[in-house]
Design a protein around this ligand. Sequence first.
Ligand SMILES: [Zn+2]
Ligand SMILES: [Zn+2]
Ligand SMILES: [Zn+2]
Length: 230
Amino acid sequence: MPGKLEKKLIIKFLGTSSEESIPREGCECVQCLSKDKNDNRLRSSVLINKKIMIDATPDVLKQLSKRQIDALEAVLITHEHADHNGGIKDLLRARRDIRIIKLAAGQHFKLLGIDFHAFKVKHSNLVPTVGVEINSVIYIPDYADLDWAMPYLKNTKFAILDGSVLGRNFGGHLSINETVALTKPLKNLRKIYLTHNGHTRRTHKEMQKLVHEIGDSSFVIAYDGLEIEV
Ligand SMILES: [Zn+2]
Ligand SMILES: [Zn+2]
Ligand SMILES: [Zn+2]
């Protein structure tokens, strides 16, 4: 819940996949063949109060038209990986007036009445990466560990975290299993949404069941179009 002075946030998931959208071309796994619309995922970004987007994926134009987004004013970029910044050019070609803000660790600012704070997370040796505190909601789509994010996670009710890989850490991503193990004991967290969902070859339904089993009912596998109000 927002503090007294905090504006209410409506966060919409415009995309929830990792490096590539799902289904993957030519793949015949259950995830890619699924008829459930929650298994169709574009690359990860969120829209805040209809006007601010975090990350501009290569799917950005598709995401804007699919969700009929016409009030977009600014885009915040978490890091320079193509699945997070690869849509900037397309976006600016279509909408020249949009402000692009490449976030840096330690940055703190107010935009359209919402507080943003970027903090450093470990993800890639080559590419500096941040997590974002949006009022008091934590958004970190990519991380290799949660060490530097812990102080923020201990101080929020809602977190949106990295759901890229299952079972073992891989390619700069902490496994879902470890994310669950690290965040389950934090009783302040009311809901933990997993985004940046990888090609796990399990359906949304199966993944949701799994995180309930290894975690509890506070863990939610995000899907494209999911909207939360906090
Ligand atoms: Zn597949
Ligand atoms: Zn990345
Ligand atoms: Zn990514």
